[in-house]
Design a protein around this ligand. Structure first.
Ligand code: 6R9
Length: 671
């Protein structure tokens, strides 16, 4: 059960707001759906006859080299009752993802912009048309084939937000290989673990990257990772900054521009089966080992395509700006796949919202007449704090849909977004979903769904959510209920397994509540049927919209020679949503320079995982609160951090109850 109830619980009883009239006034044509009633009818069909609904959608929206005849097996729950296999979709069909995302639009209009690249430095970007994108994709596809990459092989991508990231993904899937993007903020150690777990044979990266005017030595990080990744035979390096100091291994490392120049500009796509893997994306779970979430081709494509189309009401003429990184699922689905599968124009933004000023997003929106803007609340909190003066000078009148993702959006932030960015004329869409779901699960449809600030509203087509009592595992029916969020059925873009660890997949998603897909989040359904996401119920923290595993951070801390034990928990933070606090007990009690040790510990996490995972607070304690069986009681640590030491409950069952008073003192002293 989520320990912390929704801060703004009273909001649930407030009436919902209609779609702002300005949304329609700004629309050059008509939204895809005409009314909420139409959503309800379509939704009903998608739940009662998913195979009919999605077969029609898949035929209308995707191009198949071999049409499917079997929309779905098995037809019942998310996991079949007898062997627990997840449902499979469009099983006898064949298609190619890059053909659907690129060729179709290049054939129709090769001069249409596919990518608007906004470089870190304003003014240094460029536009890539669908025709140009197709050429680049075909050339890189041939490079990969020539280097021995085959259908089903995984290729690691460690790239900043540049058009070549999209070119890479499209080239990999064009030949039926599987991409495994590793967020370019990850350390060499995390990169190595992901390369090795996925058995990637090839890595694509840049010489360096640039973000907020800072240089990151990407190639050097890759080289460090490869010291213990023997199976990698080649590294393709795109020249991003042109620095002279690129570490180089002859025979293994190849320049992107030299290799692409060797091949002609067309290469046919390889058709793959619907259920063939499309990509792996590592995400954090309850244990220290990251999970390689595996998505399949047709189902994932359909999910990304349909949600982009209906949730953001994207039309072919539109320009969509998702301010997320391709290293996370939001970048996969709403920078790359969703926009391109709809033939729209996608903005690829390399920089940060604060560079060179806090107006950067709004400059981009006005310069390119962006129609849909999508971002995490953490960025909005930063911009809200910076002040309205950074927003007001901009027109922002092209915007129709404003998306939010990654964490709950508080009412004040929602209103700031609505008033200052949308000016009351854009539809705010708070989208709840996960790496595992591939595409939106619960979200309003732009132009259609009434909203309540802080609620993700209603399920997308084909998603049949259930609120489950975490103790009994029984579904809590009706409205005004609170429990854990589960899904009763399967949907096309649902992950099919954890790469190489099917039993972990079942243990994480199916086994906690048999008959349901378990989300890991707490949720409530209010009196009007709106869903409210209450946050993770497992050991996952959401820092600035980055999903982190507390166990992974603990595993990093233990690498430090002085650490005896550690317990990592999240605590509320005004700017980043949650922040990481690490309670650490050291092997030796006589430490002379406490501050130096704390710095070293933070550095250890930055080095082992990446800068974004660094604890905000390190608390050196004598011991950690434990049960008699030795289990660390993180709940107590969370309560103390949240100033709720009066709500610790019964601590007499601890093997070391005295430690609690000490911990309270340490936390107080840290303030
Ligand atoms: C897309 C993405 C998934 C977790 C998820 C939940 C949280 C995502 C949210 C939200 C409240 C929203 N989350 N969207 N919580 N409201 N609109 O973020 O994927 O990185 O896998 O994280 O993020 O806790 O379970 P991922």
């Amino acid at each position: 059960m989520p320990e912390k109830h929704l801060e703004n619980e009273h909001l649930m009883s407030e009436p919902s707001m209609p779609v702002p009239q300005g949304f329609f006034d700004r629309h050059p044509g008509k939204p895809h759906l005409s009314s909420f009633k139409q959503y309800e009818e379509m939704y009903k069909e998608s739940i009662e006859h998913p195979e009919v609904f999605f077969a029609k959608m898949a035929r209308e929206n995707l191009s198949w080299s071999k049409p499917f005849t079997v929309p779905k097996v098995p037809v019942a729950a998310p996991f079949s009752a007898n062997d627990g296999e997840p449902s499979a979709w469009f099983v006898d069909g064949e298609l190619n993802a890059s053909y659907n995302a690129v060729d179709r639009w290049a054939q129709k209009n090769p001069d249409k912009p596919a990518i608007i690249y906004e470089a870190d430095e304003p003014g240094e970007g460029r536009i890539v048309t669908y025709g140009e994108l197709l050429k680049q994709v075909c050339k890189l596809a041939q490079v990969l084939v020539n280097l021995g990459v085959k259908k089903g092989d995984t290729v690691a991508v460690y790239l900043p937000m540049i058009p070549e990231a999209i070119v890479s993904l499209m080239a990999i899937i064009r030949i039926g290989a599987v991409h495994s993007v590793v967020f370019a903020g990850f350390s060499s150690g995390s990169l190595r673990d992901r390369i090795n777990d996925a058995h990637s044979k090839l890595v694509i990266t840049t010489d360096e990257s640039k973000r907020g005017s800072k240089i990151i030595e990407t190639k050097k990080i890759v080289d460090d990772a490869l010291k213990t990744a023997d199976q990698v035979s080649n590294v393709i390096v795109f020249q991003r900054t042109g620095t002279k100091h690129v570490p180089w291994t002859e025979g293994r490392d190849l320049w992107w521009h030299e290799e692409l120049a060797k091949y002609p500009s067309y290469f046919p796509p390889t058709p793959v089966n619907s259920e063939d893997p499309l990509f792996l994306l590592y995400t954090s779970g309850s244990t220290g080992k990251p999970k390689g979430i595996q998505h399949t081709t047709a189902g994932y494509l359909l999910g990304a395509l349909l949600t982009t189309k209906y949730v953001f009401d994207v039309h072919e003429e539109d320009t969509i700006f998702t301010a997320g990184d391709v290293g996370w699922i939001t970048g996969h689905s709403y920078v790359v796949y969703g926009p391109l599968l709809n033939g729209a124009t996608t903005v690829v933004f390399e920089g940060t919202p604060a560079y060179p000023t806090f107006s950067r997003y709004w400059e981009i929106v006005d310069a390119h007449k962006v129609n849909q803007f999508y971002v995490a609340p953490t960025a909005l909190r930063l911009l809200k704090r910076a002040g309205e003066k950074y927003v007001t000078p901009y027109k922002l009148d092209s915007l129709r849909a404003l998306g939010s993702v990654g964490e709950p959006i508080a009412k004040d932030v929602w209103e700031w977004y609505n008033d200052n960015v949308g000016r009351g004329k854009a539809h705010i869409c708070d989208t709840y979903w996960q790496t595992e779901s591939g595409s939106h699960l619960i979200c309003p449809l732009a132009g259609v769904t009434p909203t309540k600030p802080g609620s993700a509203s209603f399920p997308f087509f084909g998603i049949d959510p259930a609120i489950v009592d975490p103790v009994t595992g029984k579904e809590l029916k009706g409205n005004e209920v609170e429990g854990v969020l589960a899904v009763r059925n399967s949907w096309p873009s649902m992950a099919r397994t954890i790469w190489g660890d099917y039993s972990r997949f079942m243990d994480t998603y199916q086994n906690p509540y048999k008959g349901f897909y378990f989300s890991g989040d707490g949720a409530a359904r209010d009196k009007d049927g709106f869903y409210w996401i209450l946050g993770r119920v497992d050991d996952v923290v959401n820092v600035s919209g980055h999903r982190l595993s507390t166990a992974e951070i603990e595993a990093a801390l233990i690498e430090h020679r002085l650490v005896a034990e550690s317990a990592v928990v999240g605590f509320p933070d005004e700017l980043t949503g949650s922040a990481v606090a690490a309670f650490v007990s050291l092997k030796t009690k006589d430490v002379s320079n406490v501050d130096a040790i704390k710095k070293e510990l933070i550095l250890t996490v930055r080095k082992e995982i990446g800068p974004f995972a660094a604890p905000k607070l390190i608390l050196l304690v004598n011991d950690l609160p434990k049960t008699r069986s030795g289990k660390i009681m993180r709940r107590i640590l969370r309560k103390v951090l949240a100033h709720e030491e009066d709500q610790l409950g019964d601590i007499s069952t601890l093997s070391n109850p005295d430690v609690v008073a000490h911990i309270i003192d340490v936390v107080k002293a840290s303030r």
